[in-house]
Design a protein around this ligand. Structure first.
Ligand code: HEC
Ligand code: HEC
Length: 244
Protein backbone atom coordinates (compact mmCIF):
# COMPACT_ATOMS: atom_id res chain seq x y z
CA UNK A 1 0.00 0.00 0.00
CA UNK A 2 2.78 2.36 0.95
CA UNK A 3 4.62 1.65 -2.29
CA UNK A 4 1.38 2.20 -4.20
CA UNK A 5 0.89 5.59 -2.56
CA UNK A 6 4.43 6.64 -3.34
CA UNK A 7 4.13 5.70 -6.98
CA UNK A 8 0.78 7.49 -7.25
CA UNK A 9 2.28 10.71 -5.94
CA UNK A 10 5.25 10.30 -8.27
CA UNK A 11 2.80 9.99 -11.17
CA UNK A 12 0.91 13.07 -10.08
CA UNK A 13 4.21 14.94 -9.91
CA UNK A 14 5.16 13.84 -13.43
CA UNK A 15 1.72 14.75 -14.81
CA UNK A 16 1.87 18.11 -13.05
CA UNK A 17 5.24 19.00 -14.53
CA UNK A 18 4.68 17.67 -18.03
CA UNK A 19 1.48 19.52 -18.82
CA UNK A 20 2.76 23.08 -18.29
CA UNK A 21 6.03 22.23 -20.08
CA UNK A 22 4.21 21.26 -23.27
CA UNK A 23 2.08 24.41 -23.11
CA UNK A 24 5.14 26.57 -22.51
CA UNK A 25 7.03 25.03 -25.40
CA UNK A 26 4.39 26.04 -27.93
CA UNK A 27 4.05 29.51 -26.40
CA UNK A 28 7.81 30.10 -26.57
CA UNK A 29 8.20 28.99 -30.16
CA UNK A 30 8.96 32.03 -32.32
CA UNK A 31 7.26 32.45 -35.66
CA UNK A 32 9.51 35.37 -36.44
CA UNK A 33 9.35 39.08 -35.79
CA UNK A 34 10.36 40.35 -39.25
CA UNK A 35 8.34 42.26 -41.82
CA UNK A 36 6.25 39.64 -43.65
CA UNK A 37 5.39 41.87 -46.59
CA UNK A 38 9.05 42.77 -47.30
CA UNK A 39 9.89 39.04 -46.96
CA UNK A 40 7.16 38.18 -49.47
CA UNK A 41 8.42 40.80 -51.96
CA UNK A 42 11.98 39.44 -51.76
CA UNK A 43 10.72 35.86 -52.11
CA UNK A 44 8.64 36.70 -55.18
CA UNK A 45 10.73 39.41 -56.86
CA UNK A 46 14.25 39.26 -55.45
CA UNK A 47 16.18 42.36 -54.47
CA UNK A 48 19.05 44.04 -56.32
CA UNK A 49 21.37 41.26 -57.53
CA UNK A 50 19.52 38.62 -55.51
CA UNK A 51 17.14 36.67 -57.75
CA UNK A 52 13.58 35.80 -56.74
CA UNK A 53 13.68 32.85 -54.35
CA UNK A 54 10.64 31.30 -55.99
CA UNK A 55 12.60 30.67 -59.22
CA UNK A 56 14.37 27.80 -57.42
CA UNK A 57 12.34 27.08 -54.27
CA UNK A 58 8.98 27.12 -56.07
CA UNK A 59 6.06 29.55 -56.02
CA UNK A 60 4.58 27.58 -53.13
CA UNK A 61 7.93 27.29 -51.29
CA UNK A 62 7.94 23.52 -51.59
CA UNK A 63 11.32 23.07 -53.31
CA UNK A 64 12.15 21.04 -56.39
CA UNK A 65 13.70 17.57 -56.72
CA UNK A 66 15.17 18.23 -60.16
CA UNK A 67 17.03 21.29 -58.90
CA UNK A 68 17.90 19.77 -55.52
CA UNK A 69 16.33 22.69 -53.66
CA UNK A 70 14.69 22.30 -50.25
CA UNK A 71 11.17 23.03 -49.17
CA UNK A 72 11.21 26.23 -47.12
CA UNK A 73 7.49 26.87 -46.43
CA UNK A 74 6.59 26.15 -42.83
CA UNK A 75 10.19 25.56 -41.70
CA UNK A 76 11.04 26.98 -38.25
CA UNK A 77 11.92 30.70 -38.17
CA UNK A 78 15.03 30.42 -36.00
CA UNK A 79 16.39 27.57 -38.13
CA UNK A 80 15.75 29.43 -41.41
CA UNK A 81 17.43 32.57 -40.13
CA UNK A 82 20.41 30.54 -38.88
CA UNK A 83 20.87 28.96 -42.32
CA UNK A 84 20.79 32.37 -44.04
CA UNK A 85 23.32 33.75 -41.52
CA UNK A 86 25.50 30.64 -41.97
CA UNK A 87 25.46 31.08 -45.78
CA UNK A 88 26.20 34.82 -45.40
CA UNK A 89 29.27 34.06 -43.24
CA UNK A 90 30.39 30.98 -45.26
CA UNK A 91 29.82 28.66 -42.29
CA UNK A 92 27.68 26.66 -44.69
CA UNK A 93 28.64 26.37 -48.36
CA UNK A 94 26.05 25.70 -51.06
CA UNK A 95 27.70 23.04 -53.17
CA UNK A 96 24.53 22.11 -55.04
CA UNK A 97 24.02 25.26 -57.12
CA UNK A 98 26.69 27.56 -55.66
CA UNK A 99 24.17 30.36 -55.26
CA UNK A 100 23.01 30.53 -51.67
CA UNK A 101 26.15 32.14 -50.24
CA UNK A 102 25.86 35.03 -52.71
CA UNK A 103 22.09 35.23 -52.21
CA UNK A 104 22.41 35.49 -48.44
CA UNK A 105 25.22 38.05 -48.66
CA UNK A 106 23.12 40.12 -51.08
CA UNK A 107 20.44 40.63 -48.43
CA UNK A 108 20.73 42.89 -45.39
CA UNK A 109 20.40 41.28 -41.92
CA UNK A 110 16.88 42.73 -41.74
CA UNK A 111 15.99 41.31 -45.20
CA UNK A 112 17.14 37.86 -44.03
CA UNK A 113 14.96 38.16 -40.93
CA UNK A 114 12.00 39.33 -43.04
CA UNK A 115 12.21 36.51 -45.59
CA UNK A 116 12.67 33.92 -42.79
CA UNK A 117 9.58 35.29 -41.04
CA UNK A 118 7.56 35.15 -44.27
CA UNK A 119 8.60 31.55 -44.96
CA UNK A 120 8.05 30.30 -41.41
CA UNK A 121 4.48 31.57 -41.58
CA UNK A 122 3.79 30.37 -45.13
CA UNK A 123 1.13 27.70 -44.90
CA UNK A 124 1.06 25.13 -47.61
CA UNK A 125 -0.22 21.58 -47.60
CA UNK A 126 2.47 19.43 -49.17
CA UNK A 127 2.81 15.68 -48.78
CA UNK A 128 6.45 15.36 -49.89
CA UNK A 129 8.23 14.18 -53.02
CA UNK A 130 6.56 11.81 -55.45
CA UNK A 131 8.73 8.71 -54.90
CA UNK A 132 7.11 6.74 -57.73
CA UNK A 133 7.85 9.49 -60.21
CA UNK A 134 11.44 9.82 -58.99
CA UNK A 135 11.96 6.05 -59.29
CA UNK A 136 10.49 6.12 -62.81
CA UNK A 137 13.11 8.76 -63.66
CA UNK A 138 15.92 6.49 -62.51
CA UNK A 139 16.47 7.92 -59.00
CA UNK A 140 17.32 5.28 -56.39
CA UNK A 141 14.56 5.60 -53.80
CA UNK A 142 14.73 3.96 -50.39
CA UNK A 143 12.29 1.70 -48.56
CA UNK A 144 9.86 3.59 -46.33
CA UNK A 145 9.36 0.72 -43.85
CA UNK A 146 13.09 0.46 -43.08
CA UNK A 147 13.29 4.26 -42.92
CA UNK A 148 10.42 4.40 -40.45
CA UNK A 149 12.29 2.19 -38.01
CA UNK A 150 15.42 4.39 -38.24
CA UNK A 151 13.44 7.59 -37.74
CA UNK A 152 11.19 6.38 -34.93
CA UNK A 153 13.24 3.69 -33.16
CA UNK A 154 16.87 3.98 -34.31
CA UNK A 155 19.33 1.15 -33.76
CA UNK A 156 21.96 0.33 -31.12
CA UNK A 157 24.47 2.40 -33.17
CA UNK A 158 22.16 5.15 -34.42
CA UNK A 159 19.96 7.42 -32.29
CA UNK A 160 16.41 7.64 -33.56
CA UNK A 161 16.00 10.80 -35.66
CA UNK A 162 12.85 11.37 -33.58
CA UNK A 163 14.93 11.92 -30.44
CA UNK A 164 15.98 15.31 -31.83
CA UNK A 165 13.70 16.08 -34.79
CA UNK A 166 10.44 15.02 -33.11
CA UNK A 167 7.84 12.49 -34.16
CA UNK A 168 8.10 11.68 -37.90
CA UNK A 169 10.70 14.46 -38.15
CA UNK A 170 8.05 17.17 -37.74
CA UNK A 171 10.58 19.47 -36.06
CA UNK A 172 11.42 20.67 -32.55
CA UNK A 173 12.06 24.41 -32.69
CA UNK A 174 14.15 26.41 -32.27
CA UNK A 175 17.13 24.10 -33.00
CA UNK A 176 15.82 21.02 -34.76
CA UNK A 177 14.42 21.59 -38.25
CA UNK A 178 11.35 20.06 -39.83
CA UNK A 179 12.60 17.19 -41.97
CA UNK A 180 9.12 15.70 -42.46
CA UNK A 181 7.73 16.14 -46.00
CA UNK A 182 11.05 17.66 -47.06
CA UNK A 183 12.18 16.94 -50.64
CA UNK A 184 13.70 13.46 -51.05
CA UNK A 185 16.64 14.66 -53.18
CA UNK A 186 17.51 17.39 -50.67
CA UNK A 187 17.32 15.02 -47.66
CA UNK A 188 19.68 12.58 -49.37
CA UNK A 189 22.11 15.30 -50.46
CA UNK A 190 22.32 16.90 -47.00
CA UNK A 191 22.81 13.58 -45.20
CA UNK A 192 25.69 12.79 -47.57
CA UNK A 193 27.15 16.27 -47.01
CA UNK A 194 27.01 15.86 -43.25
CA UNK A 195 28.58 12.39 -43.67
CA UNK A 196 31.56 13.63 -45.72
CA UNK A 197 31.85 16.83 -43.66
CA UNK A 198 31.24 19.24 -46.56
CA UNK A 199 28.30 20.59 -44.51
CA UNK A 200 29.61 21.37 -41.05
CA UNK A 201 27.32 24.08 -39.65
CA UNK A 202 25.48 21.74 -37.27
CA UNK A 203 25.73 22.73 -33.60
CA UNK A 204 28.22 20.51 -31.72
CA UNK A 205 28.62 18.31 -34.79
CA UNK A 206 25.35 16.55 -33.90
CA UNK A 207 24.34 15.72 -37.46
CA UNK A 208 27.84 14.79 -38.63
CA UNK A 209 28.07 12.26 -35.79
CA UNK A 210 24.76 10.72 -36.88
CA UNK A 211 25.38 10.76 -40.64
CA UNK A 212 28.84 9.17 -40.32
CA UNK A 213 27.11 6.04 -39.05
CA UNK A 214 24.67 5.85 -41.97
CA UNK A 215 25.12 3.65 -45.04
CA UNK A 216 23.79 4.75 -48.43
CA UNK A 217 20.81 2.46 -47.86
CA UNK A 218 20.13 3.99 -44.42
CA UNK A 219 20.17 7.47 -46.00
CA UNK A 220 17.83 6.51 -48.86
CA UNK A 221 15.48 4.65 -46.52
CA UNK A 222 15.27 7.45 -43.92
CA UNK A 223 14.73 10.03 -46.69
CA UNK A 224 11.98 7.93 -48.31
CA UNK A 225 10.09 7.64 -45.03
CA UNK A 226 10.58 11.28 -44.03
CA UNK A 227 9.42 12.74 -47.33
CA UNK A 228 6.19 10.76 -47.27
CA UNK A 229 5.31 10.32 -43.58
CA UNK A 230 2.20 11.60 -41.79
CA UNK A 231 2.81 14.33 -39.23
CA UNK A 232 0.61 12.87 -36.48
CA UNK A 233 -0.61 9.51 -35.30
CA UNK A 234 -3.92 8.27 -36.74
CA UNK A 235 -6.89 9.98 -35.14
CA UNK A 236 -4.77 12.64 -33.43
CA UNK A 237 -4.48 15.90 -35.39
CA UNK A 238 -2.90 17.67 -32.39
CA UNK A 239 0.83 18.36 -32.49
CA UNK A 240 2.91 20.25 -29.93
CA UNK A 241 3.99 22.88 -32.47
CA UNK A 242 1.87 24.40 -35.19
CA UNK A 243 4.68 24.56 -37.72
CA UNK A 244 2.75 24.06 -40.94
C1 HEC B 1 19.34 29.55 -58.27
C2 HEC B 1 18.58 28.79 -57.33
C3 HEC B 1 18.28 29.38 -55.94
C4 HEC B 1 17.75 30.63 -55.65
C5 HEC B 1 17.37 31.74 -56.60
C6 HEC B 1 17.58 30.64 -54.21
N1 HEC B 1 17.98 29.46 -53.65
FE1 HEC B 1 17.96 28.98 -51.67
N2 HEC B 1 18.82 27.18 -52.06
C7 HEC B 1 19.18 26.74 -53.32
C8 HEC B 1 19.86 25.45 -53.21
C9 HEC B 1 20.42 24.62 -54.35
C10 HEC B 1 19.88 25.14 -51.82
C11 HEC B 1 20.50 23.90 -51.17
C12 HEC B 1 21.96 24.21 -50.84
C13 HEC B 1 22.75 22.99 -50.41
O1 HEC B 1 22.70 21.97 -51.09
O2 HEC B 1 23.40 23.09 -49.36
C14 HEC B 1 19.23 26.24 -51.13
C15 HEC B 1 19.06 26.31 -49.76
C16 HEC B 1 18.39 27.33 -49.10
C17 HEC B 1 18.13 27.38 -47.67
C18 HEC B 1 18.50 26.31 -46.65
C19 HEC B 1 17.24 25.57 -46.24
C20 HEC B 1 17.44 24.42 -45.30
O3 HEC B 1 16.48 23.66 -45.09
O4 HEC B 1 18.53 24.26 -44.74
C21 HEC B 1 17.45 28.54 -47.42
C22 HEC B 1 16.94 29.04 -46.07
C23 HEC B 1 17.29 29.22 -48.68
N3 HEC B 1 17.86 28.47 -49.69
C24 HEC B 1 16.62 30.44 -48.83
C25 HEC B 1 16.57 31.15 -50.04
C26 HEC B 1 16.04 32.49 -50.15
C27 HEC B 1 15.42 33.27 -49.01
C28 HEC B 1 16.18 32.87 -51.45
C29 HEC B 1 15.82 34.19 -52.10
C30 HEC B 1 16.43 35.36 -51.52
C31 HEC B 1 16.79 31.74 -52.16
N4 HEC B 1 17.01 30.73 -51.26
C32 HEC B 1 17.07 31.73 -53.51
C33 HEC B 1 18.93 27.37 -54.53
C34 HEC B 1 18.43 28.66 -54.67
C1 HEC C 1 21.41 14.58 -31.62
C2 HEC C 1 20.37 15.29 -32.32
C3 HEC C 1 20.04 14.86 -33.75
C4 HEC C 1 19.68 13.59 -34.20
C5 HEC C 1 19.54 12.31 -33.38
C6 HEC C 1 19.41 13.73 -35.61
N1 HEC C 1 19.59 15.03 -36.01
FE1 HEC C 1 19.34 15.78 -37.90
N2 HEC C 1 19.88 17.64 -37.28
C7 HEC C 1 20.24 17.97 -35.98
C8 HEC C 1 20.51 19.40 -35.92
C9 HEC C 1 20.92 20.19 -34.68
C10 HEC C 1 20.31 19.91 -37.23
C11 HEC C 1 20.43 21.39 -37.68
C12 HEC C 1 21.79 21.70 -38.23
C13 HEC C 1 21.94 23.18 -38.55
O1 HEC C 1 21.68 24.01 -37.67
O2 HEC C 1 22.29 23.49 -39.68
C14 HEC C 1 19.93 18.77 -38.06
C15 HEC C 1 19.68 18.87 -39.42
C16 HEC C 1 19.29 17.79 -40.22
C17 HEC C 1 19.05 17.88 -41.64
C18 HEC C 1 19.18 19.12 -42.52
C19 HEC C 1 17.84 19.83 -42.60
C20 HEC C 1 17.84 21.05 -43.48
O3 HEC C 1 16.72 21.52 -43.78
O4 HEC C 1 18.88 21.56 -43.88
C21 HEC C 1 18.67 16.62 -42.06
C22 HEC C 1 18.28 16.20 -43.47
C23 HEC C 1 18.68 15.76 -40.89
N3 HEC C 1 19.07 16.50 -39.79
C24 HEC C 1 18.31 14.42 -40.90
C25 HEC C 1 18.37 13.56 -39.80
C26 HEC C 1 18.08 12.15 -39.85
C27 HEC C 1 17.60 11.40 -41.08
C28 HEC C 1 18.30 11.65 -38.59
C29 HEC C 1 18.19 10.21 -38.11
C30 HEC C 1 18.94 9.21 -38.86
C31 HEC C 1 18.71 12.78 -37.75
N4 HEC C 1 18.75 13.92 -38.52
C32 HEC C 1 19.02 12.67 -36.41
C33 HEC C 1 20.30 17.11 -34.90
C34 HEC C 1 20.00 15.75 -34.90
Amino acid sequence: MRRYLISMSALAFVAGTLAPTAAMASAQYSKGDGNVSNGKTIYEQGKGDVPACNSCHGVDGNGDDNMGTPRLAGQGFTFLLKQLEDFATDKRMDETMFVMNANAKGMSPQDRRDVATYLAQKQDAFAGSNLKELAANGVVTGKTNFGKSLVEIGSPELSACKSCHGYAGRGAPPIYPVILNQRYTYLVSQLKKFRDGSRANDPMGQMRAIARKMSDDDINNAAAYLTSAERSTPGNPQTPYTIH
